[in-house]
Design a protein around this ligand. Structure first.
Ligand code: ADP
Ligand code: MG
Length: 350
């Protein structure tokens, strides 16, 4: 059995279907990322796993035990909130010690045991020199580590992280991501990490669960979800810039900007589809040139190409070129449902 199992989990707030029938298994030691746009139900789902919110329907199992009716502290789960929610009037030591003291009537930790646990956890997160400081005397990255330490000190079976990096600036975020992954690997804790940021999800997740409107759209490794999206939502949610989608009467087809290259550069032109592409504008982004334009026959559907800067072919604004996409990089979707469909014939469409 998996460490965590969610069976038919729903949460409705009046007429809002925040979470709408989630089936999910989380493995021991896994780093699972839940990815979806704001409002899709990620926080609500985490709060139900933590026991802070009662499901409208469904059951939650942790370590084989049905915990659906258990209070948070009996679940062996800790949550790090987006805001960190540190106690401003307590120093770092007391912030980290707080859940141990709250537990101690049942578990009876004495002062010495609390000190050992706090110091060990702080050392693991490399904040042991900050124990006397107040939260306002810490940087954003240090606060985030204190919040993780506070969640880890009770040695939970599962660590829930709700957008923990979103308050950090872009530069810090890449560092914090790397450290978090290292920490998870070395502590071997099972982590569920929520984000709306697809780059974070791709970089961190052993598996990604893509959510939209309270439902799971797809579950898989980052590479699998990127290469083999189950539907148009997943295809366009992952990747930056997003996948180009062109429409015909009965189906849509898509290809990623980085797979759309001048024909002269195509590895394998006989297995590629050739498009006539009009370039409207060029952006120089350092490592790439980003082209904005239109594919012949699709004059209202802006189509982007991402050409690495070391490709020195002339590509001029207001000119037409032949561009190619390898057949395996073209994905087809049902126009009504958005679901992936098998290869279609593009004859007459482009
Ligand atoms: N306590 C609540 N009462 C009413 N509606 C809520 C409550 N919490 C969340 N919602 C609604 O549920 C939906 C999902 O919210 P949330 O889980 O916070 O999404 P996310 O974390 O993915 O941004 C949203 O439409 C939100 O407005
Ligand atoms: Mg949220």
């Amino acid at each position: 059995m998996s460490l965590v199992e969610l069976q038919g989990i729903k949460k409705f707030f009046d007429n809002v279907r925040a979470v709408d029938g989630i089936e999910l298994e989380i493995e021991d030691g896994e780093f699972l990322v839940i990815l979806g746009p704001s409002g899709c139900g990620k926080t609500t789902l985490m709060r139900m796993i933590a026991g802070l919110e009662k499901p409208t329907a469904g059951q939650i199992f942790i370590g084989g035990e049905d915990v659906t009716a258990l209070p948070p502290r009996k679940r062996g789960v800790s949550m790090v909130f987006q805001s960190y929610a540190l106690y401003p009037h307590m120093n770092v030591f007391n912030n980290i010690a707080f859940p141990l003291k709250a537990q101690s009537r049942e578990k009876k930790y004495d002062k010495r045991a609390i000190r050992d646990k706090v110091e060990n956890t702080a050392r693991l997160l490399e904040i042991d020199m900050l124990l006397d400081r107040r939260p306002r005397q810490l940087s954003g990255g240090q606060r985030q580590r204190v919040a993780i330490a506070r969640a880890m000190v009770t040695q939970p079976a599962v660590l829930l992280l709700d957008e923990p990096l979103s308050n950090l600036d872009a530069k810090l975020r890449a560092n914090a991501r790397d450290e978090l992954k290292e920490f998870q690997r070395s502590s071997n804790i099972t982590a569920v990490f929520v984000t709306h940021d697809q780059i974070e999800a791709m970089g961190l997740g052993d598996r990604i669960v893509v959510m939209s409107q309270g439902k799971i759209q797809q579950i898989g490794t980052p590479q699998f979800i990127y290469d083999d999206p189950a539907n148009e939502f997943v295809a366009t949610f992952l990747g930056s810039p997003s996948m180009n989608i062109l429409r015909s009467e009965v189906f849509s087809f898509g290809f990623r900007p980085e797979n759309f290259l001048p024909k002269t550069l195509a590895d394998n032109p006989e297995n590629s589809r050739i498009f006539h592409y009009y370039i409207k504008r060029v952006e120089y982004l350092g490592s790439d040139r980003l082209l904005y334009g239109y594919v012949h026959g699709h004059d209202n559907e802006l189509t982007l190409a991402k050409v690495p800067s070391n490709v020195r072919v002339a590509l001029d604004v207001d000119c037409d070129y032949e561009f190619a996409v390898h057949n395996s990089d073209i994905k087809f979707f049902d126009r009504q449902s958005g679901q992936r469909i098998e290869q279609q014939n593009l004859q007459g469409v482009v």
